[in-house]
Design a protein around this ligand. Sequence first.
Ligand code: PLP
Length: 367
Amino acid sequence: MPRAGPPRYRPAMSFAPIRPPADAPPVRINLYSDTQTRPTPAMKAAMMEAELGDEQHGDDPTVWALTDRMAALLGKEAAIFLPSGTMCNVIAILTNCRKGDEVLAHETSHILHSEGGTHAALTGVQILPLKGPGGQFTADDVRAAIRPKTRYAPPQQMLEVEQTANIGGGTVWPLAQLNAVAAVAKEQGWATHMDGARLMNACVAVGVSPAEMVAGWDSVWLDFTKGLGAPLGAVLAGSKDFIGQAWRWKQRLGGSMRQGGICAAACLYSLDHHVERLADDHANARALARGLRQLPGVVVQEPETNLVFFDINATGVDFDRFVGQLRAQGIMISGLGGRVRACTHLDVTAPMIDEALTAIRGALAAA
Ligand SMILES: *Cc1c(COP(=O)(O)O)cnc(C)c1O
């Protein structure tokens, strides 16, 4: 009798994205994510005119211009251009930690939920989830999580925060609270790392400069593909030594580019033209929240930036049906952390908010 071979590990699904059917109605109002912004004609023109070179050889002047500008903007010694925000988080952890180390982060953090298990699969750190409302925790919460320095406990090495806190509701950490949690980390000798995917939204919302906002953090990165509207790219900043080490991981992970300046030019363009206008996105988010609050059974978290989270459970409307009905009308919206998430950005105008509200009212009334 042939014996069965050893069980083979085979995931039950394909991980490839699903293409929209050819007859899907075009998306007219995209509240799904600020990652879906398209480069504007002026941004594309800036990309076409960029001076280029071999980025991984250190010869692309536009990438240098971007990293110099970002280091200055964030008040750090140096910066590195990377393809994505996820790679910024992965490289910050690889640079700061060794396998078996522990990173402290909020229980809703991107590194815990949305990076495909990278930190178990690749960086080998474990993440200690901290609790607290709005994706934030306090200095006391961090103090309560300090482990004894014994051979039994995992070595704690890094504290991570998200500014703004995405699943927390796009909330803005108050500067004093950011500094207070970073101070506890410093007392312990830990590295401090900020996931600043939407840092500019936070800075514009509360009127604090980026350098002041991140002063307590050893490393910080900004995503150019969220509300800033670039097609690709994120910049991680920190000390000269940290960025020097980060370069080795960039090379190892295949994140080194060639004529990367074509994308860096879009990032530079967005710094000149798409930062102050984030205030419009925040105003649109507040208008959407005001309208949603009029609808019976809808529970809305007051937006602080460009993310509007709301709960439709009390309306009795099935979530997938709700999303499907809106999609049929060309309106795209997402779910995150058990709630509906609507996101305002460069390609969402005030009249679109009114139209989306009418469609949402209809989709809820149809139930
Ligand atoms: C989008 C996002 C990331 C990842 O950035 P990518 O550029 O999509 O890889 C990380 N953290 C937060 C909070 C985000 O919103």
